[in-house]
Design a protein around this ligand. Structure first.
Ligand code: IPE
Length: 266
């Protein structure tokens, strides 16, 4: 894989960038905050940066309406088109703010770099290297994945997992930006967040209204899988200034929930 071995992945959760309980409604304030954070971190990031965003009340709204899930199933052409269309709409809002803040993003659709088993394709790797070599920041988003056997939702988290496993996880930092301080010990979401989440930690969870890909339980599962692949994982509040910027710049002491790999990669 050559140079593709030190990357920082930042996933902007749908709960952060959209108003999750109001359909098709972006959270422009949070999107602007995030764009500024990424922009001010850029000069300090030595790793290759990969941005991902979720669907929130855009993608999940249609996914739920049409019964799309992470499981491969039959989907009407309307279901596919509407869900992708909503994601493109959200994406263009996020992209515009990043560009205005001075982050030179290049959109890469999941179908351009992942195969139907969520693995990075050779042509995807090649394309990613070109993007990075040009000084661009690749950005992708959770979407509908269409294959000859049907359609399914590929979440932003699954994209992070696919990239990390293809890069063998080493020296990968995966940052999940959310609208809460981190992961709480239980669903009351009160009191202090968990600072370091031990692999196999039990956390009580509840599901959100439109979310077809998981809630907090799924987050922890993905975070654990990433850490098992050797990545350092962070769950951070992306609506608060300085947090994303500091984590992206390599500062591990930011208020966040962390999951560390068992043995640090050498
Ligand atoms: C979902 O992506 C994409 C669609 C529903 C089309 P995610 O599952 O990553 O979105 P969030 O972050 O949970 O909203």
């Amino acid at each position: 894989l050559g140079r593709l071995n030190e990357i920082t992945i930042l996933k902007l959760g749908g709960s952060l960038i959209t108003k999750k309980d109001r359909r098709l409604s972006p959270d422009l304030g949070n999107i602007k905050t995030v764009a500024k954070e990424v922009s001010s971190a850029l000069p300090h990031i030595s790793d290759k940066l990969f941005l991902i965003h979720g669907g929130g009340s855009f993608g999940h709204f249609y996914a739920k309406r049409f019964g799309l899930s992470r499981k491969l199933g039959q989907a009407s052409s309307e279901a596919i088109a509407r869900t992708t269309g909503a994601m493109m709409e959200l994406h263009s809002i996020v992209l515009a703010e990043l560009l205005d803040a001075g982050v030179p993003c290049e959109t890469i659709m999941t179908s351009q770099f992942l195969d139907d088993r969520d693995r990075l394709t050779p042509s995807g790797k090649h394309y990613l290297n070109i993007i990075w070599e040009k000084g661009l920041v690749p950005i992708s988003f959770g979407n509908v994945f269409v294959s000859p056997k049907g359609a399914r939702i590929i979440s932003g988290d699954a994209i992070a997992l696919a990239l990390t496993s293809s890069l063998h996880g080493r020296n990968t930092r995966v940052v999940f930006a959310m609208d809460v301080e981190g992961i709480y010990p239980d669903s009351s979401m009160r009191g202090p967040i968990i600072d370091i989440l031990q692999l196999n930690h039990g956390v009580k969870t509840s599901e959100g209204r439109f979310d077809v890909t998981g809630g907090v339980g799924a987050k922890i599962k993905v975070g654990t899988e990433l850490a098992e692949l050797g990545a350092k994982v962070f769950f951070v509040n992306g609506s608060k200034v300085q947090r994303i910027r500091r984590i992206l710049s390599g500062d591990d002491s930011v208020k966040a929930t962390r999951i560390y790999p068992e043995k640090r990669a050498t």
